[in-house]
Design a protein around this ligand. Structure first.
Ligand code: HEM
Ligand SMILES: *[C@@H]1O[C@H](CO)[C@@H](O)[C@H](O)[C@H]1NC(C)=O
Ligand SMILES: *[C@@H]1O[C@H](CO)[C@@H](O)[C@H](O)[C@H]1NC(C)=O
Length: 324
């Protein structure tokens, strides 16, 4: 008598198919995809509105703060991921060259944190507050808004050597910039969109002096002489100039139009439109503000996803400047 054909019962084959599907899904999704926009819905339902109120009032006191908070999130995420490591007083990141006397907004994050602590003690991480603050800052100055994923935890250490090595510098070539962002999972298009944050905020003379006195062919002569007036060739290191000369306080696409007129302030701005591979992206954003806006929002979400601590990793700090 022939053996009956092997029959897998309906339940088992369904189970196996489901397991295979789950395995495929787990393999294709990045290992850090545990953040969720609803993370505090049960544990601190008023967290987001509390942060918003705090950030809105800081930006209405000083409009530049919007720029400073967006940059703070960037400089946090590029070092050990978005883990609030930059905020630690003893962490060593605050004083690396790219941050020292330059990154601002620590006090604004501290007050947002204390407002949140007063309603839900020990629940909302500093890393999430920084991420939400960046979104609120953008929205407050006419920039795009986006849904912030939440659930990041705070580091217990800073990493000054990684900060010094990984944060971009204004003298970087286009290839160097592309590889720095690539190292963090961001492509050249993300990089150009994110650099559009230079539509607001200011830079110190010492970061653009070389460019405005360099007699290069990549700078508009009138723009160079205008900027030279506020930035002497051998003094005034901390004199400020707007990164976007046209609309320094509004989040718009004039930054890209400036680049096409050789009026980028930093050398690292102008290299994005200097005959290289990113020229077409700059030109696209200069023509289509809506594309810049949606690409910027998407890239900020992607940047906010860089290597978060989740679950039981790290801690939720009580004070953002110190470990518990
Ligand atoms: C592409 C590589 C980048 C380089 C080399 C660079 C470099 C700089 C430099 C040198 C300054 C002036 C700092 C000072 O003088 O104290 C600055 C300011 C600023 N950066 Fe960038 N940046 C880059 C990308 C980004 C990105 C990706 C963002 C955010 C998404 C960003 C946001 C800002 C903002 C908003 C300011 C003004 C801050 C303020 O006024 O307080 N930058 N950047
Ligand atoms: C940071 O800036 C302060 C004030 O200008 C300076 O005294 C200090 O040496 C700088 N730190 C580093 C590590 O460069
Ligand atoms: C730029 O040109 C001016 C005027 O010709 C000259 O004095 C200056 O030394 C030049 N600077 C550089 C960096 O070549």
């Amino acid at each position: 008598m022939a053996a009956p054909p092997v029959r897998i019962p309906m339940g088992a084959s369904f189970f196996m198919a489901a397991m295979a599907l789950i395995t495929v899904m787990m393999m294709s999704s990045p290992c850090h995809a545990q953040l969720s926009s609803t993370f505090y819905d049960q544990t601190c339902p008023n967290a987001l509105s509390t942060i918003r109120t705090s950030i809105r009032s800081a930006v209405s006191r000083e409009r530049r703060m919007a720029a400073s908070l967006i940059r703070l999130h960037f400089h946090d995420c590029f070092v050990q991921g978005c883990d609030a490591s930059i905020l630690l007083n003893g962490g060593g990141e605050k004083t690396v060259t790219q941050n020292n006397n330059s990154v601002r907004g620590y006090d604004v994050i501290d007050s947002a944190k204390s407002a949140v602590e007063s309603i839900c003690p020990g629940v909302v991480s500093c890393a999430d507050i920084v991420a939400v603050a960046a979104r609120e800052a953008s929205a407050a100055v006419g920039g795009p808004s986006w849904t912030v994923k939440l659930g990041r935890r705070d580091s217990t250490t800073g990493n000054p050597s990684q900060a010094g090595a990984d944060l971009p510098v204004f003298t970087d070539s286009l290839d160097t910039l592309i590889s720095r962002f690539d190292k963090k999972g961001l492509n050249a298009r993300d990089m150009v969109a994110l650099s559009g944050a230079h539509t607001i905020g200011q830079a110190r003379c010492l970061t653009f002096r070389g460019r405005i006195y360099g007699n290069g062919s990549d700078i508009d002569a009138g723009f160079a002489s205008t900027r030279q007036r506020g930035c002497p060739s051998s003094s005034g290191d901390s004199n400020l100039a707007a990164l976007d000369l046209v609309t320094p306080n509004s989040f718009d696409n004039n930054y890209f139009k400036n680049l096409m007129r050789k009026k980028g302030l930093l050398a690292s701005d102008q290299v994005l439109y200097s005959g290289g591979s990113t020229d077409s992206i700059v030109s696209e954003y200069s023509r289509t503000p809506a594309t810049f806006s949606s690409d910027f929002a998407a890239a900020m979400v992607k940047m906010g996803d860089i290597e978060p601590l989740t679950g039981s990793q790290g801690q939720v700090r009580k004070i953002c400047s110190a470990v518990n």
